[in-house]
Write a protein that binds this ligand. Structure first.
Ligand code: FPP
Length: 243
């Protein structure tokens, strides 16, 4: 066990979410193309999975491709799409050994067929694993997720199968991409920015936010443990008063 999160009094977050920012800058600093930064970023995701397993974190959500990322140059978008099936092929056995279940959040309708096929196969083949759920937000945007949930509830009302009074927070959550996943306890953003960028806006209502200047490919055990130490010191009141 590399980390110390379990040995101290505070518990590690049950659900950690990460905005993996800084791949481009990492590559630029080394006079390399941005695609190399993304490739190193994908390798680092594998490392993070192992670190989370060791620290008894049960759910890990990562922001791999946003609904806004299509605005990037076609070569970069193509490289990110190609990285996806390559990653699963390369780490399929290791993910199985680690007991990692794969889930995906996002709009699949715009994705290339081979990417969707890879997602479906990964979900199906890993669904009985129970050590860590790795949730990859891919072509994900919170506003799109929330809009789709609103539309789905509106349709149920117009079809006469739901009363307006039955539109509750729970009913709304039930229409999100992965309603069974608990809300994130901690959201880490690498690369120094201090914003959510359309990530888990509904689910983040009571999440603790942690930003680090560390660029994503350099984010390792020491940086994760610093974030977990900081998380342990936070007082989570969920709207109540301090005891
Ligand atoms: C943001 O850094 C990062 C992304 C838009 C892509 C994140 C993707 C990965 C880490 C790969 C994940 C791979 C798989 C297989 C799930 P940036 O490019 O905006 O960096 P910059 O701010 O330095 O330009």
């Amino acid at each position: 066990m590399l980390g110390g999160a379990e040995t101290d009094s505070g518990r590690p977050p049950r659900h950690l979410a990460v905005i993996m920012d800084g791949n481009g800058r990492w590559a630029k600093n080394r006079l390399m193309p941005r695609e190399i930064g993304h490739r190193r970023g994908a390798e680092n995701l594998r490392t993070l999975c192992v670190l989370c397993r060791e620290r008894n974190i049960r759910y890990l959500t990562v922001y791999a491709f946003s609904t806004e990322n299509w605005k990037r140059p076609a070569t970069e978008v193509g490289a990110l799409m190609a990285l996806f099936p390559r990653f699963f092929k390369k780490y399929m056995d290791e993910l199985e050994e680690e007991g990692i279940r794969l889930r995906f959040a996002g709009d699949r309708s715009e994705l290339p067929k081979d990417v969707v096929k890879t997602m479906e196969e990964a979900e199906e083949s890993s669904k009985s694993r129970q050590m860590l759920d790795l949730i990859i937000a891919f072509n994900y945007g919170s506003r799109r997720e929330i809009t789709a949930a609103a539309r789905s509830l509106a349709k149920k009302v117009s079809d006469g199968i739901l009363h307006i009074e039955d539109i509750t927070e729970d009913a709304f959550t039930g229409c999100l991409y992965l309603p069974d996943i608990p809300d994130p306890d901690l959201i880490i953003r690498t690369g120094g920015e201090m914003r959510l960028s359309n990530f888990l806006l509904w689910q983040a209502a009571y999440a603790e936010f942690y930003s680090t200047d560390c660029l994503w490919p350099d984010f390792g055990a020491a940086e994760l443990d610093a974030a977990l130490d900081d998380f342990r010191k936070r007082q989570r009141r969920f709207g109540e008063i301090c005891q």
